[in-house]
Design a protein around this ligand. Structure first.
Ligand code: RB5
Length: 143
């Protein structure tokens, strides 16, 4: 699967390791920047990643900022996007199983690289349960 990944300066430190995880799992990471720790605006990178997911060019997206909060707020403005801000493994798994999250948001100042990489693995490998959960996401989401 092609997975779009983007960050701001607050999330830059995590991005390379997460790209490595995607590659190890056999996915193609589409790096939407940023490409240094210089200060940038997170909504610009959320928009780029979400556009690739909404268009179908990428199957899923990953967004990283300092807390994950700004990225998740910006991403969820798009009705095609179900972005989940997760800080531990349980919500990473449940965001796929119950919410069919198509974007994972992470806070690089909240979780360390080891946990972030495990969360991404679990998130990529967990399927959507469908059924009643599909009915529920259809009530608020287009994608
Ligand atoms: C940048 O300093 C920081 O505000 C940003 O990375 C993010 O945490 C916003 O939600």
């Amino acid at each position: 699967m092609k997975v779009a990944i983007g960050c701001d300066h607050g999330g830059f430190s995590l991005k390379a390791g997460l790209i490595g995880v995607l590659k190890d799992l056999g996915h193609e990471a589409v790096d939407c920047g940023c490409h240094s720790a210089d200060s940038v605006d997170y909504p610009d990178f959320a928009a780029e990643v979400c556009a690739k997911v909404a268009s179908g060019e990428c199957g899923r997206g990953v967004l990283i900022c300092g807390t994950g909060i700004g990225m998740s707020m910006a991403a969820n403005r798009d009705p095609n996007i179900r972005a989940a801000l997760c800080h531990e493994l349980f919500t990473a798994r449940m965001s796929r199983e119950h919410n069919d999250a198509n974007v994972l948001c992470l806070g690089a100042r909240v979780v360390g690289p080891g946990l972030a990489e495990e969360m991404l693995k679990v998130w990529m490998e967990t399927g959507f349960a469908g059924g009643r959960h599909l009915r529920r996401i259809e009530k608020f989401s287009r994608g």
